[in-house]
Write a protein that binds this ligand. Structure first.
Ligand code: PAF
Length: 509
């Protein structure tokens, strides 16, 4: 397409003529490898029209000098944008974006909480300027997806907040910080650095990465000591903070993910860098009642996100199977203690890329799905000793994270600190319908719909009223009611939630 648009009226006309959605990549020009990645990822991930904007927004500069010295290279930018997959480039001037005396332009304030940290403290009004221009551009462009670099993590949080507040139906796609071969993150301002200043920035980035490695072992950061170390290397630290990566408040002992972020002054140029720190890899907890589609959906998510799949329901079913086989009278504590002492449950991938469940070396993958087991599993899973045993086993499996677990008490009991908690549900009719087709697929034709409906109702009642770990939505879980949605749509929704909440930089580790 290769279209250059300069006027807002022209943009609106062009927008109205389009049949596809827009992926939007807003920039201030001086495009570097970081921008190239944004444009090319946007191009390769959807069939939408790719629009890049180049606009040096005067509202987000602290000083006239900074605005004046901001590097500009428009001809080269146009070439880079088109070469990397832009279909159109919007290059307005200040009068177009902020026409004087235009009452319909909203001058916005960034979220107070999110802009009262890091760069927001030092660059007063900067994020208000970012919000004002981004909102103006979003209103003009009306994109489906907005591509932003994680290098400006605070900016992403603030724009996400803006989109939520204004109730815009725009999906943010974040792209990891791109680094040069010396570890320095690409930034338009790098152009302004002398050789010596560039070297200082390189040491800063290296020290952050070193701190990250130390954190992996020690699970803590000594900020004072690190700041002293940086200063001893002639680095002029403007701030260095260890924060919760979502609230940007001081990190707490219970936080699994955190951000170590800093700004330094190299001559007249201010530069930022950060690393994300993790005590363990992220966990997705998916809870929900029988027949909500948890297993199918969780399996697909695990595959798509390359996470371990922990099917806790299968563990309860496997124990039920064993109790049935060994004719265990589970009302007798001594019998229970004896059998639980020697149980080993293992998941293994099979040749069909599925997971087999083994209990005490018996492969029970198929057998545990029978109606016989379905009719006792709720009872077995309400036994305190069984739950304690399995919760402990599940936590052992999830110790280093990197998994998606499904069950009924994952977000409330097993992994209450999971990063993403989903409560998946559907009406009883919908769930009975799904269970029926599932059973028919397994060759079980004669099962009656009403009977299944009753079984599900009974199971719901038992699960949600049992004394230990009853089925209930965790406080901070997102409820997804899946009636009328296809499996793929639900999977996509959960993956979007994951992508929105877990920085890509962490996902790629
Ligand atoms: O990140 C940037 O380049 C700018 O802050 C943005 C988002 C284009 C707004 O001017």
């Amino acid at each position: 397409m290769n279209k250059i648009i300069r006027k807002t009226e022209e943009l609106s006309q062009w927008r109205a003529s389009l049949k596809s959605d827009i992926n939007f990549i807003p920039t201030m020009g001086n495009l570097h490898d970081g921008h190239q990645k944004l444009i090319s990822i946007s191009k390769s991930s959807t069939c939408n029209i790719n629009l890049v904007s180049i606009f040096v927004n005067p509202l987000q500069f602290d000083s006239k000098e900074d605005l004046k010295s901001y590097p500009r290279s428009i001809d080269k930018d146009i070439e880079i944008a088109f070469c990397n997959g832009a279909d159109a480039i919007f290059i307005p001037n200040v009068i177009d974006i902020f026409p004087p005396n235009n009452k319909s332009i909203s001058y916005l304030k960034a979220s107070k909480e999110l802009s009262s940290a890091l760069c927001g403290l030092k660059r007063v009004g900067h994020f208000d300027g970012v919000c004002t221009v981004v909102y103006r551009l979003l209103k003009l462009v009306q994109p489906k997806n907005l591509y932003l670099g994680e290098k400006d993590w605070q900016q992403i949080l603030i724009i996400k907040n803006l989109i939520e507040e204004k109730n815009l139906k725009i999906n943010i796609v974040s792209v990891p910080t791109q680094r040069d071969s010396d570890g320095v993150p690409f930034s338009s301002r790098n152009k302004l650095l002398s050789k010596n200043e560039r070297n200082i920035l390189k040491i800063f980035s290296k020290e952050l990465s070193h701190a990250k490695n130390i954190f992996k072992k020690d699970k803590k950061i000594d900020l004072k000591q690190l700041t002293k170390k940086l200063e001893s290397k002639n680095i002029s630290v403007e701030y260095l903070e260890h924060l919760n990566p979502y609230s940007l408040k001081k990190v707490q002992a219970k936080d699994n993910l955190s951000i170590l972020a800093g700004a330094i002054k190299c001559g007249q140029t201010r530069l930022i860098d950060h690393v994300f720190l993790m005590k363990r890899n992220p966990i997705i907890a998916i809870d929900g009642p029988a027949g909500s589609g948890k297993s199918t959906i969780t399996k697909l998510i695990a595959k798509e996100l390359n996470l371990l799949y922990l099917d806790t329901g299968a563990m309860y079913r496997a124990i039920s199977w064993l109790f049935m086989k060994e004719k265990i009278d589970y009302a007798k504590e001594s019998e229970l203690n004896k059998i639980l002492r020697d149980i080993s449950i293992i998941f293994k991938s099979n040749s069909c890329s599925q997971q087999d469940v083994f209990i005490n070396h018996f492969c029970v993958t198929e057998e545990i799905r029978s109606q016989e087991i379905s009719s006792i599993v709720s009872k077995v899973s309400s036994i305190k000793k069984v739950r304690e045993f399995l919760v402990n086993e599940q936590r052992k499996i999830g110790k280093s994270g990197g998994l998606v677990a499904e069950g009924r008490d994952i977000g409330t009991t097993v992994f209450p600190d999971a990063e993403i908690k989903i409560f998946l549900t559907a009406s009883i009719d919908e769930r009975a319908k799904r269970r029926k087709s599932e059973l028919e697929l397994r060759g079980n034709e004669e099962i009656d719909f009403n009977q299944l409906r009753e079984l599900i109702r009974k199971r719901d009642f038992e699960d949600s009223t049992r004394e230990i770990s009853p089925l209930k939505k965790a406080n901070n879980a997102i409820e997804l009611i899946t009636d009328g949605y296809t499996i793929n749509e639900v999977v996509e929704k959960i993956i979007n939630i994951y992508n929105l909440n877990i920085p890509k930089e962490i996902q790629l580790e």
